[in-house]
Design a protein around this ligand. Structure first.
Ligand code: SAM
Length: 276
């Protein structure tokens, strides 16, 4: 039996925010500890680590990358405040060094599943020649793991993994699975920074409920509306919010205990993982 491809896991209809710019991401990341710094700082630290090793490539993965704006801004000369000065300096001193940036975002349809959009070919991006950036459509589910995604893209190890307002969309079991796969994929000295794990105002709904919500928007009939109302009530109920938060905190604890090779900080809804 051919396994069905799962797409469209994220109810975009409810997301009123557009994909954040690099400046917006950095502001959000650095509002509270553990202050990861700028994107330039995070990337250049990995480039620095790689210089002098046998390797000449740094891999950066952005989970829940939306339209890929973070990468677009980073490699676009015309976006102010995102000059990536240190990364550019290191790359110009090391002409063989390459940076591969890969965004992962929910596939809206089967046709685009595992297909990528090249970001470096956009206008204004051509001068950052040692960097490639792409956005790939892939919906993470309990079956479609991050491990399988990386395998399909022939990425055995990742140096830097980011997730901005991403992890809160995942129900606790999937959250733990993605976190485990991410930590496993990190190279020694690699870093994962995740902002927004279980926000107060957004709680991941069980998949069957998000599907109901979506249906309601497409076929608004009274029966679906009643179901969707129940789903919405579930997701806004403080007891459920507390439960999801607690389950995620426990998931982080389990990952910490079973993966001692990772140094995991989890404060203020933010995750910072350093692979030893
Ligand atoms: C709130 S948006 C954040 C977008 C961007 N990182 C930002 O900060 O503006 C969450 C993103 O995660 C993606 N996402 C949510 N659940 C996902 C899943 N199961 N698999 C893949 N992507 C997912 C959504 O498609 C969406 O683009």
């Amino acid at each position: 039996m051919v396994k069905e491809i799962e797409v469209n896991q994220y109810p975009r209809e409810f997301d009123t925010t557009l994909t954040r710019t690099i400046n917006e991401c950095e502001r959000l990341w650095n509002k509270q500890p553990p202050f990861p710094g700028t994107f330039d700082k995070l990337v250049s630290a990995q480039v620095e680590k790689t210089i002098g090793s046998q390797r000449d490539k740094v891999v950066v993965v952005d989970l829940g990358s939306g339209d890929g704006t973070l990468f677009y801004d980073a490699i676009n000369d015309q976006v102010s405040g995102s000059e990536m000065t240190r990364t550019r300096e290191l790359l110009s001193q090391n002409p063989n060094m390459k940076v591969r940036m890969v965004g992962l975002d929910d596939a809206p349809s089967e046709e685009v599943f595992l297909k990528g959009i090249s970001i470096q070919d956009y206008d204004g991006c051509h001068t950052f020649s040692q960097v490639t950036a792409e956005n790939v459509y892939y919906s993470l589910t309990r079956n479609q793991t991050l491990g399988k995604f990386l395998e399909s893209l022939k990425i055995p190890k990742v140096d830097l993994i980011l997730g901005t307002s991403f992890f809160q969309s995942l129900e606790p079991v999937l959250f733990e699975q993605v976190l485990r796969d991410a930590v496993k994929a990190l190279r020694s000295g690699g870093v994962l920074y995740g902002q927004g794990i279980a926000l107060d105002d957004i709680v991941p709904m069980p998949p069957e409920l998000t599907n109901l919500m979506r249906k309601l928007l497409i076929y608004p009939n009274p029966q679906d509306r009643a179901k969707a109302d129940r789903a919405l009530k579930w997701s806004l109920n403080p007891t459920n919010i507390r439960k999801v938060k607690q389950e995620k905190a426990e998931a982080v604890k389990r990952v910490r205990q079973s993966m001692p090779q990772a140094d995991i900080t989890f404060i203020n809804d933010k995750l910072l993982v350093k692979k030893k």
